[in-house]
Design a protein around this ligand. Structure first.
Ligand code: JBH
Length: 235
């Protein structure tokens, strides 16, 4: 998979050299290109934003540099199967299901704008070249799309075949089963007076699986009831 990122803060993406995704990059499982939007400006101050039509606070990103960036990364007639992701608080929620879908793409371009957004005609124009998705990391305020893009790239990248060494570890996790994960323990058996639950030391695999499922259900009911299917009436 190839991922390109367009941003006014290319330095943010240095962390993608580290850890699991860093290794995936070196092994060419993931190709990553980070591009400075200002490289597609032509004025002395390398201006990327301007005041909003209709008034209001904040600045809006001008369409011209974005148009040139997308022309350069997705030349007309090529890469018709590319996906352009605009991280925005006004987008559809990013979920594990969307991460999975995007992990099977050949080419993704992340267009990181500032919080107030990019001139709306950019996404409109991009949609004539590629599939466009406006995606939100969640309902809270970030200054721009960079941190959201990074989270999405990590979630997507680890689902690319070969990136995570043991593919089994991808299956048993929170959100894949639709439940939160059960608690985990390692040695020592007693730590500062807190004991590892007996059942986990029993060697009874069926009992362990049942206990873990019960814990996952209890935790999901308590902190994320929205993840559970609607309660069925019984009498
Ligand atoms: C995207 O995903 C978002 N959630 C919250 N704030 C944002 C700011 C810029 C881009 C987001």
């Amino acid at each position: 998979m190839r991922i390109d990122i367009v941003t006014i803060f290319p330095d943010f993406f240095g962390v993608l050299d580290v850890s699991l995704l860093g290794r995936a990059r070196r092994e060419r499982l993931l190709e990553l290109g980070v591009h400075d939007l200002r490289d597609w400006t032509h004025d002395r101050h390398r201006t990327v934003d301007d005041t909003p039509y209709g008034g209001g606070a904040g600045m809006v990103m001008r369409p011209e540099p974005w148009g040139e960036a997308l022309d350069a990364l997705l030349p007309e007639g090529e890469d018709a199967d590319a996906v352009v992701v605009f991280p925005t608080p006004a987008g559809v929620p990013f979920t594990q299901a969307l991460a999975r879908e995007l992990a099977s793409e050949r080419r993704i371009v992340f267009a990181c704008g500032r919080y107030e957004g990019i001139d709306a005609r950019v996404a409109e124009h991009a949609a004539t070249r590629a599939r466009v998705l406006e995606v939100s990391l969640g309902d809270y305020v970030l200054n721009g799309g960079e941190v959201a893009a990074m989270a999405m790239i990590e979630a997507i990248g680890r689902l690319v075949p070969g990136v995570v060494g043991n593919p089994e570890s991808l299956v048993e996790e929170s959100h894949e089963a639709g439940l939160l994960e059960h608690p985990s323990y390692t040695k020592p058996q007693v730590w500062r007076g807190h004991e590892v639950p007996e059942v986990l030391r029993s060697g009874n695999h069926a009992a362990i699986a049942a206990w873990r499922h019960e814990q996952a259900l209890e935790r999901t009911r308590r902190v994320r009831p929205d993840l559970l299917p609607p309660e069925v009436e019984t009498r």
